[in-house]
Design a protein around this ligand. Structure first.
Ligand code: THG
Length: 270
């Protein structure tokens, strides 16, 4: 199980301020904290409001890499920006993300191959947006799987995101995402990986932690390999660890939950 720490994102006010002030303190703090909690990757997003996204991305990458060796997930829909980021990464990152549109695949997949990066492919397209049904999402995921074959991207380097939406406005979507995930894990052998942006589920909801925790356990039950999530939520990390033990994917021991929090025990990096 890989946790992709969500916290270095200009959507959060402290990171937004760090970008404005060019002060790496908050970025370093979250890079270290998420890594200590077992994050295998750090998602890096400048957010929607950065005055100079290019400069902001460079700042976030350099601040993170100055503090930890944890590989990065470059979260942007601007592929020129991603390519500049790829040049700065000391370790091959995750490209987050590529829609299932031909012209985007043609831009992203060769770039991933060139830099040895992995790719998060979204089960959505410009035409259909985020489809309602799992059948439509599965069809889009299939396009991405076929593209991995075509371009020679190893299947285990493709992460398919069935896309989660806030349950308070789109309650009917979660079951569709779950079914998409199950189908994705049957698409090839070896299968692509499955990833979700977990915190989307609870945006603008009360009781976010319990929603995130419950959703994560259900997703792990359906075969989830990775989650963009709040790595500093101890209960969330413990729930993920427990789910993995219950599914017989990890060896049980009395202090298994603590093990997931220790950086030396890289279960979330495996
Ligand atoms: N799939 C992929 N990438 C993604 C997402 C996804 N990247 C972005 C996002 N979704 C995952 N990351 C976050 C980060 C933060 C929040 C949700 C998802 C979040 N932020 C608070 C909020 O909006 O309420 C910020 C408020 C604050 O505390 O300042 O919830 O789905 N591939």
């Amino acid at each position: 199980m890989e946790i992709i720490g969500e916290r270095i994102n200009g959507m959060f006010s402290d990171i937004k301020q760090a970008i404005i002030d060019e002060n790496p303190e908050a970025v370093v703090k979250w890079a270290v904290k998420q890594t200590e909690m077992g994050a295998a990757w750090l998602d890096i997003s400048v957010g929607a409001s950065a005055a100079d996204p290019r400069k902001a991305l460079k700042f976030l990458i350099e601040a993170s890499q100055g503090a930890v060796d944890t590989p990065l997930s470059l979260d942007s829909t601007n592929y020129d920006l991603i390519e500049e980021g790829l040049e700065l990464c000391r370790q091959p990152p995750l490209i987050n993300s590529c829609h299932a549109d031909r012209h985007k695949i043609e831009r992203v997949f060769p770039m991933a191959i060139k830099y040895g990066a992995k790719v998060i492919g979204l089960a959505m397209s410009e035409d259909s947006g985020i489809p309602k049904t799992s059948d439509e999402r599965v069809a889009l995921a299939m396009e991405l799987v076929a593209a991995a074959d075509e371009y020679g991207l190893p299947m285990r380097d493709l992460y398919i995101d069935p896309l989660l939406l806030p349950i308070n406005v789109a309650q009917d979507h979660f079951v569709e995402a779950l079914e998409t995930l199950r189908q994705v894990k049957l698409m090839a052998d070896p299968s692509p990986k499955a990833v979700c942006g977990l915190s989307n589920t609870s945006q603008r909801c009360a009781h976010r932690n319990i929603i995130n925790r419950t959703a994560l356990v259900m997703l792990i039950g359906a075969g989830l390999d990775a989650a963009i999530a709040n790595a500093s939520d101890v209960d969330l990390m413990d729930a993920a660890a427990t789910a993995r033990v219950l599914l017989n994917k990890e060896i049980y021991c009395d202090s298994y939950a603590d093990l997931f929090k220790a950086p030396r025990y890289k279960i979330f990096g495996a």
